[in-house]
Design a binder for this molecule. Structure first.
Ligand code: P53
Length: 479
């Protein structure tokens, strides 16, 4: 095979909270991101207790796909997308999270969106939980620290599986479930698990307890999903930032190996169905008391995933004798002994640009797990400039994507990695997750809206739009 498979899924990726808007429309309840203010690459986003009238919450309106979905989907169709990865906002379906009955208006909204996509032959790829837990579950129950969340999530998953069983085939349970391994910035535990740390709590212990509940919830969802439709493909979703050793010093090699566990832990459990020894040893060594209930081991074993979805943006590097200087940037996946890689240039947000790292990542994951992979996020956040005639020349974005697609093709065609598809992040400009900015743009479609939420919301095609359209048309032959 010298080309990508004919049915390769070229698409785009989004998350409900970052583009839908309509945060309080159609009976939707507030979610954990609805109390997050805007920040920047150096100013962290704040998590406020309630929604304060004088503060700006960029996700509330986002790019208002809620009211524009037909026009936006028509643009996706024009680009030739074969699939669209997005999420179902949990609090549209269960506004508080613990109701007996789902919110019909929320369910109907996704029927409308999926029907519109399918009309153009665009397959929806659905994430169940993408940083959108109902706020009530976080505030009243303490998020996933609380075992009760398992049932609430499974009920939500079952409701979605049943309703959309003939419209959606590929599902992902929890987006970037491993972000919370980085407990240095509170937004990761908050968005993954709805957890706020209390005085005196051990961050890692709390994180692992919430993680255990999510792993159980994910496994139960997989089992239920298969009962509802045996053709479902249900995957894990991890943020995969491979860790390089700074040098061939044996201690650098070993440190990189150990650091990779922060990337592999969740998928190890979700793919293999049991905890890896390095994690059990860590619990023992650190004295973490992680509560497992009877039957949990069985649940994990029976609910292994069909494929691994992952995001790849950059690689990271560790050096055993590094003196840690806190990075000026807010980057997820920071490591104790992380250093800059002298061979790699970074974006304005400090994210390294390393296409070969994607080939490396694909090989690492495929060799370790031997199940299909799906690149469900990859892309370049940058500031774009609109010319007088409305054109946007984003050659930097084309260069980034081109390099990564080349590396991906090499992994498939040369290395033999089994890859389902590629959905670049933010196919249309959306609100940035880590910073809440609008000006950190990933899209191939520009949205006229700025960091303060001002603008006409007009959509404009960037140069990358035409470029990617041709990539899809030629199945990746013309880059
Ligand atoms: P923004 C870091 C590293 C890799 C993936 O991020 C990451 C992060 C941030 O935790 O998260 C994903 O918008 C996430 C998306 C997010 C995207 O990266 O901060 O799944 O929700 O928007 C890009 O530039």
């Amino acid at each position: 095979m010298s080309t990508l498979p004919k049915d390769f899924l070229w698409g785009g990726a989004l998350a409900a909270n970052q583009f839908e808007g309509g945060w309080d429309k159609g009976g939707k309840g507030p979610s954990v991101v609805d109390v997050m203010t805007a920040g920047s690459n150096i100013v962290p986003r704040q998590i406020t207790e309630t929604i304060e009238p004088d503060k700006f919450y960029p996700n509330h309106e986002a790019i208002d796909f809620y009211h524009n979905y037909k026009e936006d989907i028509a643009l996706f169709a024009e680009m030739g997308l074969k699939c669209l990865r997005t999420s179902i906002a949990w609090s549209r379906i269960f506004p508080k999270g613990d109701e007996d009955e789902p919110n019909e208006e929320g369910l109907q909204f996704y029927d409308n969106v999926f029907d519109e996509l399918l009309k153009y032959g665009i397959q929806p790829i659905i994430t169940l939980s993408h940083f959108e837990m109902p706020l009530y579950l976080a505030r009243e129950y303490g998020g996933f620290k609380n075992r009760k969340l398992v049932d609430f999530f499974v009920k939500f998953a079952e409701t979605c599986f049943t309703r959309y069983k003939d419209k959606v085939k590929y599902w992902l349970t929890f987006n970037e479930i491993n972000n919370q391994m980085d407990t240095s910035n509170p937004i990761f535990l908050w968005t993954n698990s709805g957890v706020t740390l209390k005085e005196g709590e051990n961050a890692k212990e709390v994180m692992y307890q919430a993680a255990h509940h999510e792993l159980v919830a994910s496994a139960l969802a997989v089992s239920k999903g298969k009962e509802i439709n045996p053709d479902f493909q249900i995957g894990a979703m991890i943020a995969f930032l491979p860790v390089y050793p700074y040098s061939c010093h044996p201690e650098d090699i070993m440190l990189a190996e150990e650091s990779m566990r922060t990337r592999f832990f969740f998928s190890d459990v979700q793919v293999r169905g049991y905890y890896p020894n390095y994690a059990l040893k860590e619990f023992e060594r650190e004295g973490y008391n992680i509560k497992f209930e009877d039957g949990d081991e069985e649940i994990l074993k029976n609910g292994t995933v069909d494929f691994i979805g992952f995001s790849y943006y950059m690689s990271t590097t560790v050096k055993h004798d590094a003196v840690k200087e806190k990075s000026e940037f807010i980057v997820n996946g920071e490591l104790e002994k992380g250093v800059e890689n002298p061979y790699i240039k970074a974006s304005n947000w400090g994210w390294g640009i390393d296409p070969t790292g994607l080939r490396y990542a694909l090989n690492l994951l495929y060799d370790r797990y031997q199940i299909p992979l799906f690149i469900v996020e990859n892309g370049f956040g940058a500031i774009d400039y609109v010319e007088e005639d409305g054109s946007i020349h984003d050659q930097y974005r084309i260069n980034y994507l081109k390099g990564h697609i080349k590396a991906m093709k090499k992994a498939v065609i040369y290395d033999g990695v089994d890859l389902i598809g590629y959905t670049p992040w933010g196919i249309i400009d959306i609100v940035s997750f880590t910073t809440g900015e609008m000006n950190k743009r990933y899209g191939m479609i520009y949205v006229d809206r700025d960091n303060e939420g001002k603008g006409t919301m007009k959509r404009l095609k960037k140069d990358s739009f035409t470029w990617y359209k041709n990539v899809i048309k030629t199945n990746g032959e013309e880059l």
